[in-house]
Design a protein around this ligand. Structure first.
Ligand code: SF4
Ligand code: SF4
Length: 188
């Protein structure tokens, strides 16, 4: 078995910066019209819903290629904020943190099926809880799609300990709770 630790790169550009495109406001539904390769830096960054399932350690069975998610996070993950605690210097501490790019997203089969980058790469729409749709950064947590406050750091856990922490994460809510439905009606 092997462990995989993941990551995305919000700030380090994977392409030449385009100041005009990056300063432009986000267009409604841009992710339905653009491929990952066509997005500006700003659009690329906004695509992440901050669920942080990619900061949870997964274990792959080398015989079956089956992937198991644990509730153990990367050592830099802050479960209360649901984010990396030292993003700028993360590579020093977690060298196997993988930077997401338009090129590697289609090949990364360990990305959660709900990952916004994976969805767009597969030609699918985002789920209701995505902040770009709900208009709220809380919806990803309210939907149960995120790992906020549900992980423990890897510490000194070795493989046998990790295997004991294999977890079935809850299926995110299919439909938005009433407060998000109300919010949409007010906007309309
Ligand atoms: S949307 Fe994808 S890249 Fe962003 S935190 Fe979730 S799994 Fe990670
Ligand atoms: S180093 Fe940071 S971004 Fe990378 S997996 Fe760990 S917590 Fe996530």
């Amino acid at each position: 078995m092997s462990t995989k630790t993941t990551l995305l790169d919000y700030e380090r550009s994977r392409r030449k910066r385009d100041p005009v495109a990056d300063a432009a406001p986000l267009e409604d539904g841009y992710w339905r019209r653009k491929k990952l390769t066509e997005m500006s830096e700003r659009e690329w960054e906004a695509l992440c819903d901050r669920c942080s399932k990619c900061c949870v350690i997964s274990i792959e069975d080398a015989d079956t290629n089956e992937l198991y998610l644990t509730d153990v996070s990367c050592k830099l993950f802050d479960t209360k904020t649901c984010g990396c605690s030292d993003y700028a210097n993360r590579k020093q501490y977690v060298p196997d943190c993988v930077k997401l790019t338009p090129k590697n997203v289609p090949k990364l089969d360990w990305l959660p099926r709900t990952c916004a980058y994976r969805l767009v790469s597969e030609g699918k729409d985002l789920f209701w809880w995505h902040p770009l749709i709900s208009g709220s950064e809380d919806s990803v947590h309210d939907s149960k799609a995120s790992v906020r406050n549900k992980t423990r750091p890897e510490g000194r856990l070795k493989m046998p300990g990790l295997i004991k922490r294999i977890t079935r994460w809850p299926t995110p809510l299919e439909k938005p709770p009433a407060k998000y439905r109300r919010r949409r009606r007010v906007r309309a």
